[in-house]
Design a protein around this ligand. Structure first.
Ligand code: GLY
Length: 290
């Protein structure tokens, strides 16, 4: 039996002082929701989905209900979920959906396709008993304010979770509204296997946050997993993956990881990235890079 563990993030960025406490409380709630699954012997996949749903419901974060608006003033969300057996489900540019991580999970379970986007993803959702959400329930006050100010700067404050269960099963989940004021149809790193999200039982599980166009080009989470397989610790692999991101692309971002031994790690190049973890039943959290 392995020692279960979970780590979640609420997105890399600046995180103004007045938002810090709310973001920490949000990631702690999410980590605890995932931990409850692991503590009763549930699978890592259920844990990362449960944690991500909590973050998607929280207007502090750019995912689900808190998702930023694109330049047409509409919401299009991206998400990916993957387990250590290389099963994956992903959705991109799905209009008005509060819990895209659950739609991605449906794809993972079905195993027919890895990724669906836009109207096709919505059609699949309806066929599987899910639906888009009414637009008037999907725009948080913060997202509206950001749109009205057309805040196009800064990296995307995506959410994510990585977990290992007591059987050693690994899973990673990532969900986002993408970048503020993005073009309609733009898909970032979050739903792309290996870029914003990755899990491999021979290495570990990772979820990224930050400038999607940069993260895609270095295939950040797969690169991190390769470092784990080469013998790096979780913290070393996270730090090296972000160093490569910054050096090769100039993009900024952060990442969380749990390796196949259950060791969690995190690193960000940005001033803050709210994170929370439960390891050995003990909750830890923070936002600044030590
Ligand atoms: N990292 C989130 C995005 O760029 O869409």
């Amino acid at each position: 039996m392995a020692s279960p563990a979970i780590i979640v993030h609420g997105g890399a960025g600046t995180v103004a002082d007045e938002r810090r406490a709310g973001c920490i409380a949000g990631v702690e709630r999410a980590a605890q929701a995932g931990w409850e699954v692991l503590a009763r012997g549930g699978p890592a996949l259920d844990a990362v989905e449960a944690a991500t749903r909590v973050l998607e419901d929280d207007p502090e974060f750019n995912a689900g209900y808190g998702a930023v608006l694109n330049r047409l003033g509409t919401v299009e969300v991206d998400a990916c979920i993957m387990d250590g057996r290389l099963r994956a489900g992903a959705v991109g540019a799905v209009p008005w959906m509060r819990h895209p991580i659950t739609l991605a999970r449906k794809l993972l379970e079905a195993g027919e396709h890895v990724m669906l986007v836009g109207g096709g993803a919505l059609l699949y959702a309806r066929e599987h008993g899910l639906s888009g959400d009414p637009p008037d329930t999907m725009i948080s006050p913060r997202a509206r304010e950001r749109h009205e100010k057309a805040l196009t700067t800064g990296v995307g404050d995506t959410v994510g979770a990585c977990a290992i269960d007591r059987d050693g099963g690994l899973a990673a989940a990532t969900s986002t509204g993408g970048t503020p004021y993005k073009r309609p149809g733009r898909i970032g790193d979050s739903p792309l296997v290996g870029a914003g999200n990755y899990a491999d039982e021979r290495a570990g599980a990772a979820s990224a946050t930050g400038h999607g166009e940069s993260i895609i080009r270095v295939v950040l989470c797969k690169g991190l997993a390769d470092r784990l397989r080469a013998g790096a610790t979780s913290d070393e692999a996270a730090r090296a993956a972000i160093a490569e991101l910054v050096e090769r692309t100039g993009g900024e971002g952060g990442v969380i990881v749990v390796d196949k031994q259950g060791r969690v790690g995190h690193f960000t190049s940005t001033p803050r990235m709210p994170w929370a973890a439960v390891v050995d039943g003990r909750l830890q959290s923070g936002a600044e890079q030590p």
